[in-house]
Write a protein that binds this ligand. Structure first.
Ligand code: PLP
Length: 412
């Protein structure tokens, strides 16, 4: 018993020390939960005090296959033994294979690789402008949407339709306008002969899990074609199976001219991609854009294993089915706790519960119950579980969520 207590105390001390060092040495740009995650398996992660959590956040919609998926781990190890990193002034085989795979499973005909979502959006904005300049046209304006989120680099943050992310960073990139989401008249009012592109998320995720209306998306595609304007989809969060299809645009029966991908793309390793049509690709020539690490062989090998597993194990169908089940059960929780929750929104495995108060405290209550979830747009509880979860995981998550809600009700 004494030994056991000593061990517990040592673990608690170690946790305290890591958190203390984190607060001392990391720039304080995150509000972190006071836990230290050490390892994971599938949809479960373990902290430094051996507490197990059911992970319905997936590192913000990254770990499509959960933690330590054998095929992805093997791909990383095998490639790391062969080739760690090479410059993009040479070809590397996994990267070329991945580019072909991405084109085979999408509208795209050419791919540019980078390391994050914001870089993929940045590349899209640059290519849109270059494309028209190469055609001798003075079209450079980008139309984005209120409540959108596109990343933290200057181009992407300038195109993000939420002032809270931009405050204090001015001057922002000029030439960006904002339309009202799901309102085609608002877009029509902004399009002119200077418009290069419309940039949109099929589901506004950081904006509170707001799916685009199918009629609006169809009209937007027709309008952009008619006006000679490019349609850029930001599928950083919705892509790679998150919505129950490989890409969210497949729900809408349209195809974009460009698409930004990242998050789940690299199988847990950092990777972003800008995927485009042949026609648009001519805007970039050698030297116009680059990334030192983009398309790194190890990350490419992980991405291939990730995507081939999602397809091979039919995880799109699983995500669609389990996403529907999770949504229904979350709706049950809304009914049970009407004082806390208003409604459930989302498609497939990207779901949000709108709360009648800020969601931060509820996120912490869930952590205390052993459930990792996120928040979005302050008052939305966000669920982005790995695509591999099963019905038992869903039931367990709902049980933890109900307990967390009961605790949250006790607070003001
Ligand atoms: C839709 C969307 N675009 C872009 C980004 C930025 O991605 P990253 O953090 O990888 O730069 C995010 C991140 O949450 C996102 O949700």
């Amino acid at each position: 018993m004494g030994n056991y207590l000593n061990k517990e105390r040592a673990m608690a001390m170690e946790t305290f020390q890591i958190i203390q060092n984190g607060d001392d040495y990391l720039l304080p740009v995150y509000n972190r939960q006071k836990i230290v995650l050490m390892r994971g398996q599938g949809a479960h992660v373990y902290d430094s005090e051996r507490v197990v959590y059911l992970d319905f956040f997936s590192g913000i919609a990254v770990n499509a296959l959960g933690q330590a998926y054998p095929e992805v781990v093997n791909a990383i190890i095998e490639e790391a033994k062969k080739l760690g990193h090479v410059s993009n002034v040479y070809y590397n085989e996994p990267n070329v294979r991945l580019a072909k795979l991405l084109c085979d499973i999408s509208f795209a005909q050419k791919v540019f690789f980078c390391n994050s979502g914001t870089e993929a959006v940045e590349a899209a904005i640059k290519l849109a402008r270059k494309h028209f300049r190469r055609e001798g046209k003075d079209k450079f304006e980008i139309i984005s949407f209120y409540h959108s989120f596109h990343g933290r680099t200057y181009g992407s943050i300038s195109a993000t339709g939420q002032v809270k992310y931009q405050e204090g960073l001015e001057p922002l990139l000029p030439g960006i306008k904002f339309a009202t989401f799901n309102n085609i008249e608002s877009v029509k009012g902004l399009i002119n002969d200077k418009t290069a592109a419309v940039l949109i998320e099929p589901v506004q995720c950081e904006g509170g899990i707001q799916p685009a209306d199918p009629k609006f998306v169809k009209e937007l595609r027709e309008l952009t074609r008619e006006k000679g304007v490019l349609l850029i989809l930001d599928e950083v969060q919705t892509g790679i199976g998150r919505t129950g299809k490989m890409w969210a645009y497949e729900h809408y029966g349209i195809e974009p001219d460009m698409m930004a991908s990242a998050k789940a793309l690299g199988g847990g390793l950092p990777m972003g991609a800008l995927m485009v049509t042949n026609q648009v690709s001519h805007g970039f020539k050698p030297g116009d854009h680059a990334s030192t690490f983009g398309g790194n062989p190890i990350v490419s090998a992980a991405a291939i294993a990730n995507i081939e597993t999602i397809i091979g194990k039919d995880l799109l169908a699983v995500a669609a089915k389990n996403g529907t089940i999770l949504k229904q059960k979350l709706e049950g929780v809304v009914k049970e706790f009407p004082q806390l929750f208003n409604e459930v929104r989302g498609i497939g495995m990207v779901l949000g519960m709108e709360m009648s108060r800020k969601a931060a405290s509820m996120v912490s209550q869930c952590v205390k119950q052993g459930l990792l979830v996120g928040s979005a747009h302050e008052n939305v509880l966000r669920f982005t579980p790995p695509l591999i979860i099963n019905e038992a995981d869903i039931d367990q998550a709902i049980d933890k969520l109900r307990k967390a809600a009961a605790e949250e009700l006790k607070t003001a």
